[in-house]
Design a protein around this ligand. Structure first.
Ligand SMILES: Cc1ncc(COP(=O)(O)O)c(C=O)c1O
Length: 394
């Protein structure tokens, strides 16, 4: 689906210019405010900034001018009113959930999420007294059936890591409306270039900025985007949780954001080409990529995404060892965790999560032993296809 952006500046323009108002210096490339604390003019001024909400120049755990510029840029890209940077994607997820939930509340989430999110959700009842119901995200009616009077949050990730399943974000927002339920979406895989949950009525967006927003595999960070009121609450929680990003890392995210539109466009194109190539290869059983006509939710993906990301997974015809052999035969793709960087990375989910899930649990989540997850990078398409052709042939 082509999104109609004709009434606003394009993604690349906003990525470059939207935060500029926050740079009060004459430096074209904004400085890194590498300081933990800021001087007050007087005792009155100190008292004022010490009790202010989200002061930019008081103490870096409370805020920092570098972060302010990043947050303004992310808000312009995602929508919403305000953003909060955190020291990792899990920091963003934890902050968004725990600043909303209290003991006795109930969360509806998905059976498939990034594994760290799944672990947090599984531990919630015992650790925090929060009930959790996990539903099949591909069936919108399951979210509705799971609602209870004490449901406070519906939490989704779309597309999911690593099976690229899609959640109907409009249906999710509609379900929560008028019920006092906060909707939270992990938009890490899609990025705001391809999908903007806020436009569908979702309340809160979280990111592992470690991935596409940073884009160069050199910074671990996260962010939460929402209304001003929500972000103030999340900020108060983050003051206590201490999940604060360093100013230098904030600056790296800003540097990465400058090329987000360009990079994601290329990631989308490379991934689609690789997905099409793998789909017709005799050694590949199945490809999971929402941009393929064969993806069971392709039609839904087209209604809420304008591109289908650089992430895909493929099930090889073979077993665990075949998948390992294939990955180590690749020359351009590196066998490494993480995703969304400029270089192609491949992981073997069965190996990655082998220590956290039994084989039965992995199978129940659809993670077969021959599944490989590919974060398609920015290399030249023909070189990538040549590398995958050679590795599949070997
Ligand atoms: C979809 C998704 N959300 C959140 C995270 C956690 O991010 P971080 O590693 O920055 O804490 C990841 C990490 O891989 C992820 O893939």
């Amino acid at each position: 689906m082509e999104r109609d952006d004709s009434d606003r500046e394009g993604v690349q323009t906003r990525a470059i210019h939207a935060g500029k108002g926050e740079n009060r210096t004459r430096a074209v490339t904004p400085p890194i405010w590498q300081t933990t604390t800021f001087a007050a003019d007087s005792s009155e001024h100190f008292a004022e900034i010490a009790s202010a909400t989200r002061p930019t120049e008081f103490y870096t755990r409370y805020g920092n001018p570098t972060h302010k510029e990043v947050e303004a840029t992310v808000v312009s890209l995602e929508g919403g009113e305000a953003a909060l940077l955190t020291s990792s994607g899990m920091g963003a997820i934890f902050t968004a959930l725990m600043s909303t939930l209290r003991q006795g509340d109930h969360v509806v989430a998905q059976t498939n999420h990034y594994a760290g999110t799944t672990t947090l959700l599984e531990e919630m009842p015992q650790r925090f007294g929060v009930e959790v119901t996990l539903v099949d995200q591909t069936r919108a009616e399951e979210f509705a059936e799971a609602l209870r009077p004490n449901t406070r949050v519906i939490y989704a990730e779309s597309p999911t890591n690593p099976l690229m399943q899609i959640t109907d974000l409009r249906a999710m927002a509609e379900l929560a409306r008028g019920r006092g339920v906060t909707t939270i979406v992990d938009n890490t895989f899609a990025t705001p270039v391809n999908q903007r949950p806020v436009e569908f009525g979702i309340d809160v967006v979280v990111h592992s900025a470690t991935k596409y927003l940073g884009g160069h595999s050199d910074v671990t960070a996260g962010c939460v985007v929402s209304s001003r009121e929500f972000i103030e609450r999340a900020w108060r929680f983050s003051l206590l949780a201490g999940s604060i990003l360093s100013p230098f890392d904030g600056w790296l995210i800003l540097r990465g954001l400058r090329t987000l539109g360009l990079r994601v466009g290329r990631h989308n194109a490379n991934a689609l080409a690789l997905a099409r190539f793998l789909e017709q290869h005799p050694k590949v059983e199945r490809v999971y990529y929402p941009g393929l006509d064969s993806h069971p939710q392709h039609a839904l993906a087209r209604t809420q995404m304008s591109g289908f990301t650089g992430m895909l997974s493929a099930e090889l015809r073979g077993n665990y060892e075949d998948a390992e052999r294939f990955i180590s035969s690749l020359r351009l793709a590196t066998y490494a965790a993480s995703l969304g960087g400029h270089e192609t990375l491949v992981v073997h989910p069965s190996a990655m999560w082998g220590g956290y899930m039994t084989p039965d649990e992995r199978r129940a989540r659809g993670l077969s032993d021959s599944l490989v997850r590919i974060s398609v990078g920015l290399e030249d398409e023909r070189d990538l296809i040549a590398d995958f052709t050679r590795a599949l042939g070997s």
